[in-house]
Design a protein. Structure first.
Length: 480
């Protein structure tokens, strides 16, 4: 039986240069092929987006965008199980978690419509000086221009929604380049938008494995806004090469710290930490990685975490009882294994896991007190590994947590309100969760990294606003 093929979503006649095979990361079977394009395809997509933006006849009225987004959300609801299965098959996330991802994506599309419905300008006061007297000033919002979205593999549908749907709401032509490992969900989302009435020129999609073409897509002077989700190395490289005037939002990774105060109920803390660190095999940019626990509870906490990890089945992500699936590529299994071996050689105690289970899966691993300079202590693991470190005083733990050049979400577990607020003040983080894990997120809250972890603020309302300009209109009133 032939495997399905997904064409590119460029609103022009473009001849693909090859077909990319998309593989299930669990068993490495081929599940689909997609068109690949080179610079010629990138140029066509940019030309279409630029021409559409420059021709105001192409701009859709706000009420039409609202209607399209609502129709898209309804279509996603009707196809929710198929979308979840697609995300699981291409990305390896357990099906139960993919169903949650689809529900979030549907809500995100509706959120875009709601944000658009309530969007408006503001009056600028003109009464403060005599020179401004007799004038009425107000602002309106307009689309910023063509948006390029470069996406990551780990949430293939919801990330596409976060990058594409705000652009649609704002009225911007958008081109998405989904991750080559997981292109199917993002391209399927474009199909649903088009079927809901969005002109294809306003939302295009392409896949390329040509790094020069991908860089040219992001750095072309016709691009008004770049939305990038991926590695810090690539994100900062692209930012340094953006055309003058191009704005951007960069979402990279973190090495998320958690501070656990003494006197905690481990039965409450451990499930949250296990979920936050091992969800999607740790392939989340705010996954729990470094747990600093008071020395009186650190070892019991680590032992309890190990027991919790051993109760989380690692298996085929399409099976309903699977808790942890594969890493995205076998090379990632090898990398994580090497990092863990390095930590153990440096003195870390491995309480569970510590080895590959298959070429595509790695056992959930709990390390106790790895060296401070180990890779698992200083770099984003992006795998199912949680490190627990004992501390004697909270000040030292916070200084250690803040010592890395990454800062994203952090967490504090405590029953002491003053301890919680003091730690939240002092932790270098864009968000601090109190008595919850670092991977907690709602799609309308601000979400973004600091330092090397990113630039700008994500979240549906914030991305929507980034993709607009505020135009000032000043009316001079001539009075007799």
């Amino acid at each position: 039986m032939p495997i399905p093929h997904q064409p590119h979503r460029i609103a022009a006649a473009v001849t693909p240069v090859a077909r990319l095979e998309v593989r299930n990361p669990y068993d490495l079977t081929s599940i689909a092929t997609v068109d690949q394009v080179d610079w010629a395809g990138v140029e066509q997509a940019l030309a279409v987006a630029d021409a559409c933006f420059r021709d105001r006849a192409c701009w859709l009225p706000g009420h039409e965008r609202v209607a399209i987004l609502h129709r898209t959300a309804r279509a996603m609801e009707e196809q929710a199980e198929a979308l979840a299965l697609l995300a699981t098959r291409e990305g390896g996330k357990p099906l139960a978690d993919s169903r949650i991802e689809v529900a979030r994506a549907i809500d995100g599309v509706r959120n875009c419509a709601e944000v658009l419905r309530s969007d408006g300008g503001r009056e600028v006061p003109m009464r403060a000086t005599a020179a401004a007297a007799g004038r009425l000033a107000f602002t309106t919002h307009e689309p910023i221009g063509p948006v390029v979205a470069i996406s990551a593999f780990n949430h293939p549908l919801n990330l596409a929604v976060h990058q594409v749907a705000p652009a649609v709401a704002a009225g911007c032509p958008v081109i998405i380049k989904p991750a080559a490992d997981t292109p199917l969900s993002g391209l399927r989302f474009l199909e649903l938008l088009h079927a809901a009435g969005l002109p294809p020129a306003l939302a295009q999609g392409l896949v390329t494995d040509d790094l020069a073409s991908a860089e040219a897509l992001a750095t072309d002077p016709r691009v008004a806004f770049l939305s990038f989700i991926g590695s810090a190395r690539v994100g900062w490289h692209l930012r340094a090469r953006l055309a003058p005037g191009t704005r951007c939002a960069l979402e990279h990774g973190g090495v998320a710290p958690v501070l656990v105060d003494q006197g905690q109920d481990l039965a409450r803390v451990v499930p949250a930490l296990a979920k936050g660190g091992l969800y999607h095999a740790g392939q989340v940019c705010v996954s729990v990685q470094r747990v600093y626990a008071h020395q009186h509870i650190a070892e019991p906490l680590a032992v309890a975490l190990a027991a919790a990890a051993e109760r989380m089945p690692v298996a085929d992500p399409a099976q309903p009882d699977t808790a942890i699936g594969p890493l995205i590529r076998p090379a990632e299994v090898e990398r994580v294994a090497a990092w863990v071996r390095d930590a153990i050689a440096g003195g870390a105690r491995c309480l569970t896991g510590g080895q590959p289970l298959a070429p595509t899966c790695y056992a959930p691993t709990i390390l106790f007190d790895p060296p401070a300079d180990a890779l698992v202590s200083t770099q984003e693991v992006f795998g199912p590994v949680i490190c627990v470190y004992p501390y004697a005083d909270a000040d030292t733990a916070i200084r250690t947590a803040n010592a890395l050049p990454f800062a994203f979400q952090a967490a504090v577990f405590t029953r002491d309100l003053e301890f919680a607020l003091s730690a939240a003040d002092r932790l270098a983080a864009s968000a601090v969760m109190i008595n919850d894990h670092t991977a907690f997120r709602t799609d309308w809250m601000p979400f973004g990294g600091l330092r090397q972890s990113g630039l700008g603020t994500g979240g549906i309302p914030f991305s929507f606003r980034d993709m607009q300009i505020e135009k000032l209109i000043v009316l001079r009133r001539d009075r007799a």
